[in-house]
Design a protein around this ligand. Sequence first.
Ligand code: TXA
Ligand code: MG
Length: 368
Amino acid sequence: MKTTNTTDSIKNITPGESGSITTSLLTQSSEDIHIAAEILRAGGLVAFPTETVYGLGGDALSETAAGRIYAAKGRPSDNPLIVHIADTKDVENLAASVPDKAKALMEAFWPGPLTIILPKKPLVPDTTTGGLPTVAIRMPSHPAALELIRESGVFIAAPSANTSGRPSPTTAEHVMEDMNGRIAAVIDGGPVGIGIESTIVSLTGDIPTILRPGYVTKSMLEVIIGEVHIDPALIKPDPNIRPQAPGMKYTHYSPKGDLIIIEDSKYPDMITENVINKINSLIKEQPDTVVLTTAETASRYNTDRIILLGDDHGTSLTIASRLYSALRKCDDLGAAHILSENFSQGELGGAIMNRLLRAAGHKVIRVD
Ligand code: TXA
Ligand code: MG
């Protein structure tokens, strides 16, 4: 039974004449992980759960597999992939040099939601790094991800398993929405824990720099390695400043409808009466408007088209874990007009707003 499945799956790694392949839904059982590992070794693609979001995995050292990842996602080829490993020792195989600060971060945060950028070794193909001389490396903590990397014996290149530009997937169903017919298999590990992508820190310059905010915050990094900078392009988006992580320049996570963030100009992270009144007046103009909010203020809006991200604005772990499914739900509701409160309160507020602002194409109405 196992052999038959494996053989069938391997035959099924590239789209045939129909342009589509059958995507198998796998469990986290060792039999199924074995099948997924065979697919990866044969150069095929498998989506799998991590603690952050679902990844779309392929052999990181294979130009062909990396090329298939870009094709399946419809991703621009200058946007590099993160290489996932299951053993810290493997960093030496991928990176040309590993500074002490990198070692300290690995020790403190791996396995876990931190990606480290280092100079690459020639072994890592340019296709995987989007032509950059550096490589992004991460050791995820999700048991199925670790088992898949170990069982396959390959380093797994894995971007988030969404179509380019769509919200990242936090369930296997989200992956199927975007990837059914494009990849060989999806391992269903249920909803992920964190819900937003890993923090990316570059150790290629003089001072470690955050290129993408995430669960591991600046202050958590600074406890371990001292001063850390944030890529200036993240702080104030400016078309003339190019983000150091190529992926951060694209509009991302966008629902199909028009999403606008409403905030108070004096107290941006508070949901003030001004914010509530503005949202209600916009609902009056467009009664089909969907509102992204929490239980704290939901009852104040004159609509039942509400998506709840948490109990209150301080619960940023819950808000992060629900953000992408909320953005997808806007599409399910056919929402043409979406208004969101500001969610910058709480530890993960910065990471949440980084995603929400890009989903909104930076459209913000500030009221006073
Ligand atoms: O949590 C995560 O990191 C997830 C899971 C699946 O591990 N992966 C993920 O990958 O978010 P992706 O491809 O969606 O985002 C990778 C980001 C992109 O913005 C890309 O431009 C940046 O990492 N990146 C990758 N390699 C880089 C490099 N060498 N230098 C600078 N940025 C890099
Ligand atoms: Mg992504």
